[in-house]
Design a binder for this molecule. Structure first.
Ligand code: ZN
Length: 298
């Protein structure tokens, strides 16, 4: 009986196509942007799910028992690192998962935060590395290597998919640089709620200021708000932006007090839902670019 089953299984494996003979690799990404990269690199060979969904804030996420179950069933877990998912380590332990946990920012030089004057951000790394396209390339190569390590039979597929996607990132990066170059340097100044565009700022020469630090956990004090309002007035900053993961009221108040215009909604820490304007990383970067240019050029 046992021999018969083994022989049948072998015959099946030899006649079936590789994709049908092997199960898809179960991949869990901590949030939507990494999940999108993983779908592009994994293609049909993987089944990707994400813990923190579209328009949701990973800084303050509270995992559920269903998340632990998903980790337990996963072969690969993809995380951002740099302090973004403070809740993940406990969840991984609680789940008992045997999955390989890959830090997708490995190799990226982190942006170190300055002390904000009352010790809130002292010694912290900025986790929002995906906001530079050059860094997105590093995420993609790390994901490619993590998938190939977990599923070496399909290494060639992951290599080819990653190469095709990296070419799209190259085209995107050229587009970002060309668009920013059309905005006069003295107008490239923006406010967002939390400090999520530091890598974009450093890579492309747009300056962002934010009342809230690199995490959305801390409340903005009256003193910080007053300081920002003075700064917006003094520097004649043209536009304030909402983010898809933050409360819009703070930016509305700053706009009212300073006369800066509200420039629209940027996607900082999460993609939009599938029917929204930023359902993929490529769409998110293009949407943000269009919003920035629209507000700063008018
Ligand atoms: Zn953030």
């Amino acid at each position: 009986m046992k021999t018969w089953l083994a022989a049948a299984a072998l015959a099946f494996a030899m006649t079936a196509t590789p994709a049908a003979a092997q199960d898809k690799v179960r991949v869990v990404a901590t949030f939507s942007i990494i999940a999108d990269f993983a779908r592009n690199v994994g293609g049909d060979a993987v089944e990707v799910s994400e813990l923190v969904g579209p328009d949701s804030d990973a800084h303050v996420y509270a995992p559920s028992p269903a998340d632990a179950k998903r980790l337990a069933d996963a072969k690969v877990v993809l995380m951002n690192g740099l302090g973004f998912e403070g809740w993940l380590e406990r969840l991984v332990k609680a789940s008992g998962t045997k999955a390989a946990v890959a830090v997708t920012t490995k190799g990226i030089t982190p942006r170190r935060m300055q002390d904000d004057g009352h010790g809130h951000s002292h010694g912290r790394s900025d986790p929002h590395a995906w906001q530079s396209v050059a860094n997105a390339r590093v995420y993609v190569t790390n994901i490619r290597d993590a998938l190939a390590a977990a599923d070496p039979n399909r290494k060639a597929t992951y290599d080819a998919n990653a190469a095709a996607y990296l070419a799209k990132l190259d085209a995107l990066e050229a587009e970002v640089k060309a668009t920013v170059a059309t905005i006069p340097a003295e107008r490239r100044r923006i406010i967002t709620t939390h400090d999520s565009f530091g890598y974009f700022a450093a890579a492309y020469g747009v300056s962002f200021i934010a009342p809230q630090g690199v995490s959305t956990e801390a409340e903005v004090s009256a003193r910080d708000l007053a300081k920002i309002i003075r700064q917006v007035k003094a520097q004649k900053i043209p536009a304030v932006f909402m983010e898809n993961v933050t409360d819009p009221r703070l930016m509305k108040r700053i706009a009212e007090e300073t006369g800066a215009k509200i420039g629209g909604r940027l996607y900082s820490d999460a993609l939009s839902a599938a029917d929204g304007p930023a359902a993929s990383y490529l769409d998110m970067m293009r949407h943000n670019l269009k919003e920035l240019r629209g507000a700063l050029m008018s």
